[in-house]
Design a protein around this ligand. Structure first.
Ligand SMILES: NC(=O)c1ccc[n+]([C@@H]2O[C@H](COP(=O)([O-])OP(=O)(O)OC[C@H]3O[C@@H](n4cnc5c(N)ncnc54)[C@H](OP(=O)(O)O)[C@@H]3O)[C@@H](O)[C@H]2O)c1
Length: 320
C-alpha cells in the first residue's frame, strides 16, 4: 500500500480507501461484509468511510462496521481511520437533515453509539446547507474536535467558493479542514476546474468518491447488465438508463488503453484519479473481496505517459 500525506496535515491516508455506502447494510450478508473489511485492512487500506445514512436501513452500515471492528479488529483500532458524515436526511423533523449545529452534533453522537466508539478519526459535513450560516456548520465541526469526538474534520460536495469560505472559518477557529470529499472520476472531472487549486493553496487533502463511476469504469457492463451488478442489486443511484451505449463504447476504448498498460479498466480508472499526486486517496466501493484485491493492485503501476493521458482525454471528449 502507498500512504499519501493529506494536504499539509500530519496524517497519511492509504491511496485506496474503502467506502461502505453500498453492500454493508442489513440487506447484505454479514460474512461477506466481514471478509471485505478484513481483506481491505490486510492489504493496507487504513481508511474506512461511512456516513450516518449508509445502509439500508440508514444507520445499519455503521452498526455492521462497528460489530466487525469490535469482533475482529479492535486491537488494530489505532492503525485505522474511521470516518463518518452527517448532512443528508437521517430522521424526521427539522433536526435530522442538512447542516445545523443541532443536527451535526446529535448525529455524531448517534454514529458513535452505533459503532460503539469514543471517537471517529474524520467527521464530515456531508453537503453544504445554503439555509444555515456556514459559520454555524463549521462551528459544529470545530466543536466535535474540541469535544474529542473527532480527530479531524472534512467537507464533502462543497463548491470551490464554499470550500474557500469553510477553510478560512475553520482556520480561524483553530481546526483546519483536513480533507474534501468530492465526486471525481474519468466520467466526472468537475474538481479540475478550480477546486483542486483551492485545495492545494489551502493545504487541504482530497478523497475522490465514485472513482469507478459506480462500476461504469470497469468491464462489468460490456456484455449487458449482470444480475449481480449494482444496477440490479440496488438500482437506486445507478439505474439501467445510466448504462448507455455511448458510455459502454467509451469504457471499451478506455479498456484498450488499460490492456496495453497491463491493467484492468478498473485499475486504470483508479490510477488515473491518483495521477500526479493531486488526489490523496481514491475511495472505492466493493461488492466482493476479489474487487478489493484487483483494485489495490492498481497501485503497482501509477505512472502514465503523456501519450496515454492524451489518448484518454480524446476518448472522454466523446462522453455525454
Ligand atoms: N460524500 C458523498 O456524497 C458520497 C457519495 C457517494 C459515495 N461516497 C463514498 O464513496 C464510496 C465509493 O462509492 P462507490 O461505491 O460508488 O464507488 P465506485 O468505486 O465508483 O464503485 C464501486 C462499485 O463498482 C463495482 N466494482 C468495484 N470494483 C470493481 C472491479 N474491480 N471490477 C468490477 N466492478 C467493480 C462494484 O459494484 P457491483 O455491485 O456492481 O459489483 C462496487 O460496489 C462510498 O462507499 C462512500 O463511502 C460518498
Amino acid at each position: 500500500m502507498k500512504y499519501n500525506r493529506c494536504g499539509k496535515s500530519g496524517l497519511l491516508i492509504s491511496a485506496i480507501s474503502l467506502g461502505l455506502w453500498h453492500n454493508f447494510g442489513n440487506a447484505s450478508v454479514l460474512s461477506n461484509q466481514k471478509e471485505m473489511v478484513l481483506e481491505a485492512f490486510n492489504l493496507g487500506i487504513t481508511n474506512f468511510d461511512l456516513a450516518n445514512n449508509y445502509g439500508p436501513p440508514p444507520g445499519s452500515a455503521e452498526e455492521n462496521f462497528g460489530r466487525i471492528l469490535h469482533e475482529e479488529l479492535l486491537s488494530h483500532r489505532d492503525e485505522m481511520l474511521v470516518s463518518t458524515k452527517a448532512g443528508y436526511y437521517m430522521w424526521p423533523g427539522p433536526y435530522g437533515d442538512w447542516g445545523s449545529r443541532k443536527y451535526l452534533l446529535s448525529s455524531l453522537d448517534q454514529s458513535l453509539k452505533r459503532m460503539k466508539l469514543d471517537y471517529v478519526d474524520i467527521f464530515y459535513s456531508h453537503r453544504p446547507d445554503l439555509n444555515t450560516p456556514i459559520e454555524e456548520t463549521m462551528g459544529a465541526l470545530d466543536t466535535v474536535v474540541k469535544q474529542g469526538k473527532a480527530l479531524y474534520v472534512g467537507i464533502s460536495n462543497y463548491t470551490v467558493e464554499q470550500t474557500l469560505e469553510a477553510s478560512k472559518i475553520l482556520k480561524r477557529l483553530g481546526t483546519p479542514c483536513l480533507i474534501h470529499q468530492p465526486k471525481y472520476s474519468m466520467f466526472n472531472r468537475w474538481i479540475e476546474a478550480g477546486l483542486q487549486d483551492v485545495l492545494d493553496s489551502e493545504g487541504i487533502g482530497s478523497i475522490a468518491f465514485c472513482p469507478l463511476a459506480q462500476g461504469q469504469l470497469t468491464n462489468k457492463y460490456f456484455d449487458g447488465i449482470p444480475k449481480d451488478s449494482r444496477v440490479e442489486t440496488s438500482g437506486v443511484f445507478l439505474k439501467e438508463d445510466d448504462i448507455t451505449e455511448n458510455k459502454v463504447n467509451i469504457a471499451r476504448k478506455l479498456n484498450d488503453i488499460a490492456v496495453e498498460r497491463g491493467q484492468s479498466l478498473a485499475q486504470m480508472a483508479l490510477t488515473w484519479v491518483l495521477r500526479k499526486n493531486r488526489v490523496t486517496s481514491a475511495l472505492i466501493g466493493a461488492s466482493r473481496v476479489s474487487q478489493i484485491i484487483e483494485n489495490v493492485e492498481a497501485l503497482k503501476k501509477l505512472d502514465f505517459s503523456d501519450n496515454e493521458l492524451l489518448s484518454i482525454d480524446e476518448i472522454l471528449a466523446h462522453e455525454n
